[in-house]
Design a protein around this ligand. Structure first.
Ligand code: SAM
Length: 288
């Protein structure tokens, strides 16, 4: 709505008033495009009794829009020098709590207790690109109940998240994220939507968190080791990567793969989730 556009245009003024300096090393590219803001808010699909966890509120533009939809917003910002800016931009909202901390150092199950009185909790973030992957895994591996994760990432990462087996973008990140979530591309975003403009293109993606993993692996830690191993040296065969990582004799590994119908000379990048799960189960018997 109009109100957002007006506020967005006042962003520079707000930052200047507080003498704020952008820190490139913290991935500070603030959103100034009202259309993109609305796409993010729509994709988050927030109901009045929902909670939202926001990572990196910056000057609070997304935070404010989230707070109008949600029961409560808890935002974590690493840069303490944004405190006066956020204090001013969010002064009218009474359902926002800002923590100044590094999200990677937060104990998410403890944080999630703040959402006890909420129906569902979604995560929304225009992510600092230098820590995209660690943040995604911090969220996904924490085990906290998350409804949606709606994040702005650099387009190259978005492409990796939705890549199909056998393509160059398909990798350990693709497989690991698909274990936890279904990924949808929401909106391409050009660098002009940010101040200062980043030197990469961006994309809003939505992760719908699965209630159950899509494949049956009794040992998830082993599954992730298999995935990392299969992609560890992309030009090598599955057989070579697995024998190297798991210290098994080549003939044994060959027999194991053939027994589950997987050609040992295939490359990791051609395997789908089900095949990674099959290998994990076979290996867990061998390694026992
Ligand atoms: N949400 C704001 C927006 O859309 O305009 C700012 C987004 S900016 C791309 C990323 C924000 O994440 C910055 O405010 C930055 O200071 C913050 N940040 C960077 N690293 C962080 C970390 N490890 N934990 C929490 N916040 C972090």
């Amino acid at each position: 709505d109009q109100a957002d556009v007006v506020r967005l245009s006042k962003l520079r003024e707000l930052l200047e008033t507080h003498g704020f300096q952008f820190k490139k090393q913290l991935g500070q590219n603030f959103l100034v495009d009202a259309h993109v803001l609305h796409r993010i808010i729509d994709a988050a699909d927030i109901a009045p009794n929902d909670g939202v966890f926001e990572i990196g509120p910056g000057a609070g533009v997304v935070t404010q829009a989230l707070a109008r939809k949600a029961k409560r917003v808890l935002a974590v910002e690493k840069d303490r020098s944004l405190a006066p800016v956020l204090g001013s931009s969010l002064r009218e909202a009474d359902n926002i709590d800002i923590r100044y901390a590094d999200v990677l150092e937060l104990d998410l199950p403890v944080i999630w207790q703040e959402f006890r009185d909420c129906d569902r909790v979604s995560v929304v973030a225009n992510l600092p690109y230098y820590v995209t992957t660690p943040i995604l895994f911090h969220l996904l591996e924490s085990g906290v109940p998350i409804h949606h994760v709606v994040v702005m990432v650099q387009r190259e990462v978005a492409q990796r998240l939705v890549a199909r087996p056998g393509t160059k973008d398909y990798g350990a990140l693709t497989v690991a994220v698909h274990y936890y979530a279904q990924v949808e591309l929401i909106q391409r975003v050009s660098s002009g939507a940010f101040v200062p403009p980043p030197n990469v293109e961006s994309e809003v993606v939505r992760l719908r968190i699965r209630s159950e993993p899509p494949v049956d692996v009794s040992n998830p830690a082993l599954f992730f080791r298999v995935v990392r191993s299969a992609f560890s040296m992309r030009r090598k065969t599955l057989l070579n990567n697995l024998t190297h990582s798991f210290q098994i004799a080549k003939p044994d590994c060959e027999t194991l793969l053939k027994a589950i119908g997987i050609d040992p000379v295939r490359r990791g990048e051609t395997l789908d989730l089900t095949e990674f799960a099959d290998i994990t189960r076979a290996l867990s018997h061998t390694l026992r």
